[in-house]
Every structure is written in structure tokens, then in C-alpha cells.
Design a protein around this ligand. Structure first.
Ligand SMILES: [Cu+2]
Length: 155
């Protein structure tokens, strides 16, 4: 694990060194600053989403690249947010932001689907909505990409 991280950091640093050469030549300091600011803003918004409040209509994004790359499992980033909170009788809508199709079902990878809900295939840019009439915690996972998991808390 640590080796993989170190290798990743090394590759990133190397790429950074290569990419920084043309940047220094072509972009002035003001441009670089703007880009940095924007990146920070996006990260902040994502963080706020994952600590979302309980609402009657919640949205979950199926993360871009989550079908190709198991690394989204680390830090529970395959679904954003990982834990979705809705009020009793509320609806959760999953939006597929990935280019791959996804299929989510209630349950977990260890014991399998439990039949409470099943999206079938969700196309790229497709959506799936599920109403939750009973309070409780609903685990779900992707039956095509079993590393993808999330949770709906109904209260
Ligand atoms: Cu999937």
C-alpha cells in the first residue's frame, strides 16, 4: 500500500516537473493562481455534499471513472455522497456521471442483493430514483462493479 502511494507520488512529481516547464514559459503567475483557486472551490463543494443534510429528495452521483478504476473504493468515493440521508417517504436519485453503465442494488457484496431495490442498468448520464417509505439504513452496491458501495439512511 505505502509503496503504491510512494510510486504514485513519484509519478505525480515527475509529471509535475515535466508539465511545469511549459507552464512557466507560457503562463504568467496570475493564471496559475486562478487555476489553483478554482480547484480549491470544487473540492470544497464536494466536501459539503458528502456531509449533506437529511432532505426529502437527495441526489447521489455515480462518480466519473468509478467503473474503470477500483481506487474509488478508497475513501468511499465511488458514490458521492457515500452516505445519503433522506426523510421517511423521501426519494433518492442516482445520476450516472460515468461513461460506463452501472447497476446498483440494495444489499452488500458479502451477502448479495436483498431485493429492497434494484436499478437495473443505468446508462451514462442516466438516472434511477427510489422512494424510501421505511426508516432504516440501506446498504447498496454495484452488481457490475462490486467495489462500489454506498448507504442510504432513512429517518
Ligand atoms: Cu458500477
Amino acid at each position: 500500500m505505502n509503496k503504491a502511494i510512494l510510486a504514485g507520488v513519484a509519478v505525480f512529481a515527475l509529471l509535475g516537473a515535466i508539465l511545469s516547464i511549459p507552464m512557466v514559459q507560457h503562463a504568467d503567475a496570475a493564471d496559475s493562481k486562478t487555476v489553483k483557486k478554482d480547484t480549491k472551490k470544487v473540492t470544497k463543494t464536494k466536501g459539503a455534499k458528502s456531509t449533506g443534510k437529511t432532505t426529502s429528495a437527495a441526489t447521489v452521483e455515480i462518480a466519473k471513472g468509478s467503473g474503470d478504476n477500483e481506487s474509488c473504493e478508497k475513501g468511499n468515493k465511488c458514490f458521492a455522497p457515500f452516505e445519503t440521508k433522506v426523510t421517511k417517504g423521501g426519494t433518492v436519485t442516482w445520476i450516472n456521471k460515468d461513461s460506463a453503465k452501472h447497476a446498483i442494488a440494495s444489499g452488500n457484496i458479502k451477502s448479495g442483493t436483498d431485493g429492497k431495490f434494484d436499478s437495473g442498468l443505468i446508462d451514462a448520464d442516466g438516472k434511477f430514483s427510489q422512494k424510501f417509505d421505511q426508516a432504516g439504513t440501506y446498504e447498496y452496491f454495484d452488481t457490475i462493479h462490486p467495489w462500489m458501495k454506498g448507504k442510504v439512511v432513512v429517518s
